[in-house]
Design a protein around this ligand. Structure first.
Ligand code: ZN
Length: 261
């Protein structure tokens, strides 16, 4: 049996033009930072670690002035992956794998809390995150204080079948960042979920085929978006979008599973 749990990794408010570049600037909205626990007979896998819990008390110290202004922190105590795992009676040392979709601050903020886990990150992502040339082009990328710890990073190249049985697959969805990845989970017959992360922020971005303002490579991102749309529209997969406030309201969140099969 495979289960998926939806965890809250925080909330930020931001200008809608970051998601929808064709809108007039000046309208902000609050979006969720989701994390997910996948429970497989071979181990527990956490997909994304949200924003560091210390950002609630000290947003500027944790995020830096520029980011703290761009992304107003709206998390409350308990909106972090370690607290969310505790709702399930789990401690960080009971998590076998941690997958970072990419190394932006809202997806790897809790990495340091998992020193006993194996981290699965695309090699392209880690190399870009440490490359000064890339950093100069993407000013807020990456978050050294979030990911740069002596953790057990295992760098992967492209698709990766985590448990070797085809149920939990790292799916490269480059474009938002150089090595962004999503996660495809098959649970039971005919149930396929794809945790898109920032390969697609919201359902509206997918429906309108609209790329966001924040991206690394528009061509690669359009290709990844098309691939995800095909999984949704041709294969009947459920896509969980990266930061979709509307979908977030509908998703069953921990401590209950959103998928069991
Ligand atoms: Zn994000």
């Amino acid at each position: 049996m495979i289960e998926i749990y939806v965890l809250c990794g925080g909330y930020v408010d931001l200008d809608q033009t970051i998601f929808f570049p064709d809108r007039a600037p000046g309208t902000r909205w609050t979006v969720p930072i989701p994390g997910f626990l996948v429970v497989h007979p071979g181990g527990r896998l956490l997909f994304d670690t949200g924003i560091h819990c210390g950002a609630i008390a000290d947003p500027i110290g944790r995020l830096g002035e520029r980011r703290a202004k761009l992304f107003g922190l709206r998390s409350r105590p308990g909106d972090d992956v370690v607290s969310q795992l505790a709702l399930l009676g789990l401690r960080p040392d009971q998590v076998t794998y941690v997958v970072n979709s990419h190394l932006h601050f809202d997806h790897c903020g809790g990495n340091a809390f998992f020193p006993g886990s194996t981290f699965l990150v695309q090699r392209k992502e880690m190399e870009a995150a440490r490359d000064p040339g890339v950093l100069a082009q993407q000013r807020y990328f990456p978050s050294f204080q979030d990911f740069d710890h002596p953790l057990a990073y295992r760098l992967v190249d492209g698709e990766h079948d985590v448990f070797g049985d085809g149920t939990v697959l790292l799916l490269p969805t480059y474009g938002h960042t150089p090595g962004h990845q999503s996660l495809r989970v098959r649970a039971g017959k005919g149930t396929e979920w794809v945790l898109a992360a920032d390969a697609c922020y919201t359902q509206e971005n997918m429906d309108r085929d609209l790329l966001p303002g924040v991206l690394w490579d528009a061509g690669e991102m359009a290709h990844s978006l098309a691939r995800l749309r095909e999984l949704r529209d041709r294969r009947g997969a459920t896509i969980v979008y990266g930061h979709d406030p509307g979908q977030w309201q509908e998703l069953r969140r921990a401590p209950g599973p959103v998928v069991r099969g």
